[in-house]
Design a protein around this ligand. Structure first.
Ligand code: 5AD
Ligand code: SF4
Length: 479
């Protein structure tokens, strides 16, 4: 049995610390000789779950693996290097990953030269690392969100020393630039503008798994966006756990609104951003979105709850009233804007009346789309320590009720699109019916229509004929 080599393990109290400083690192990635040798004729597969930040991590890991000489396998079972890139935000995501790790056992037993790794937010938790080491002896490498750039070196250690390696730092002292990047799409790109989160909502694990808020330099972000534009990319989404905080750490007046305006001025057809916290959404930002035609008039504005009391317990720093005022201001200054949201049902001790305030919020805002979740206790977060008097059955009942209310507000916004023509960025054949192509409108509505596969990656005009709850059916319009 291979020995376990522990280089670093995470510690929640260290992950909570926000006093550390960080530096920008522009060094090129070096691939060790043993990895170059190992990679000859071999393939890799990365399975990612979770948010867009994880997908960018996947692109960087793919970039490093391809630099080493590995090629992408068509299926996970066929790959020599298998990486599960995980999310910790809710327990059900973690359960799925355990299932996936279990499925890889037979594959590793059939070929011991395969390298199986687990990374991402889930393994930023010490109890998960211990569980994986103990239960899943076929996992060779466990590494954290702050260790991604060390992937080639970590692989070298596993290959050369024949050890099971654990390398999960609690926090990061750097922003790594210049990582190789094998993008998942040739027309849509996600660009990190900041890492980490300092908001500490009481239910959320992210401030611990992704660390302190760190902004990339504006010049580095603009360089990456310009490069994407020159390569013909049609859509860029600026990414941060909380984009509104961008640049605050520079203490020189830099704001997210200024960055967004500069990215828009590069002339990329569609500019999006994710995610905004309602607490520090400035008028400057609202007016920047209104000013530029190529900034999509679609804002994801997680409300989490419509009850001011629950919001306080969640440490969200706004009230139901101030959220509504923000929505009013946004709707007034950005005509036709579409709003989407995230909602958590069943926060510890949420009363039915407090839940109804969330329903009321949904009716007030009339979201164009929403992601709904049942509260999932995350070990080490303040909310997980609260004794909860709401039963799982009651939580599911409220969840179903909320979904119904959401459907009532979402459907009319889709129905109103019938007969009108919209720009759609074509993604590819529809998952359900390959005769159709699928794509998204500027306001993030999913549209299916008949068209030639050569249109993938293009922005086309589609007239809407039919509206379903979560998608629309249309036809191509030739201009
Ligand atoms: N339980 C349920 N949902 C959660 N989210 C974050 N943490 C939890 C949790 N512990 C949801 C929030 C967030 C989205 C990404 O996931 O709604 O906005
Ligand atoms: Fe999941 Fe949050 Fe990590 Fe993204 S940052 S992968 S949502 S835990």
């Amino acid at each position: 049995m291979a020995k376990i080599l522990v280089e670093s393990t995470p510690d929640l109290s260290k992950a909570r610390d926000r006093r550390m400083t960080f530096a920008y690192n522009y060094d090129e990635i070096v691939i060790p000789q043993s990895v170059l040798e190992y990679a000859k004729g071999r393939t890799y597969f990365i399975h990612t779950s979770g948010c867009q930040a994880n997908y960018v991590d996947e692109e960087n890991m793919s970039g490093m693996l391809e630099k080493a000489g590995l090629t992408k396998a068509s299926e996970i079972e066929k790959a020599d290097v298998i990486i599960l890139n995980t999310c910790a935000v809710r327990e059900n995501a973690e359960q799925k990953v355990f299932g996936q790790i279990g499925n890889l056992k037979a594959i590793k037993q059939a070929d011991k030269t395969k390298l199986i790794a687990v990374c991402g937010c889930m393994v930023q938790q010490k109890h998960i690392i211990d569980f994986v080491l103990d239960k899943y002896k076929h996992v060779d490498l466990i590494f954290g969100t702050h260790n991604i750039q060390e992937l080639p070196q970590m692989m070298a250690e596993v290959i050369e020393k024949n050890v099971r390696l654990v390398n999960v730092k609690s926090s990061s002292e750097e922003i790594k630039e210049n990582l190789p990047n094998k993008r998942l799409s040739s027309y849509k790109a996600f660009v990190n503008i900041a890492y980490g989160c300092d908001k500490f909502c009481t239910y959320c694990i992210v401030p611990y798994t992704r660390g302190k808020e760190r902004s990339r330099k504006m010049e580095d972000i603009l360089k990456e966006c310009l490069d994407l534009k020159n390569k013909g990319y049609k859509e860029i989404t600026l990414l941060g756990q909380n984009v509104n905080s961008y640049g605050k750490d520079f203490k020189d007046g830099t704001t997210f609104a200024k960055l967004l305006g500069k990215v828009a001025e590069l002339g990329i057809p569609r500019v999006r951003f994710l995610t905004s916290h309602p607490w520090d959404f400035s008028i400057e930002l609202i007016d920047t979105i209104a000013k530029y035609d190529n900034i999509c008039k679609y804002i994801h504005l997680p409300v989490q709850s419509g009850s001011t009391e629950v919001l306080k317990l969640m440490n969200r720093k706004y009230t139901a009233e101030t959220y509504k005022e923000l929505v009013d201001t946004i709707r007034k200054r950005i005509p036709g804007v579409a709003l989407s949201t995230d909602i958590i049902v069943g926060f510890p001790n949420e009363t039915y009346e407090q839940f109804l305030e969330t329903v009321e919020m949904v009716k007030y805002v009339k979201y164009e789309s929403a992601f709904t979740f049942i509260y999932s206790p995350r070990k080490g977060t303040p909310a997980a320590a609260i004794e909860d008097n709401v039963t799982p059955k009651e939580k599911s009942k409220r969840f179903q009720e909320l979904v119904k209310e959401l459907e009532k507000v979402i459907k009319p916004s889709s129905d109103a699109m019938i007969g009108k023509t919209y720009d759609v960025l074509v993604d590819g054949p529809s998952e359900k019916n390959p005769e159709f192509l699928s794509g998204y409108t500027e306001k993030n509505k999913l549209v299916h229509f008949k068209g030639d596969i050569s249109l993938v990656g293009e922005i086309v005009k589609v007239k809407i004929n039919e509206s379903h709850l979560y998608s629309l059916i249309g036809e191509l319009v030739n201009e």
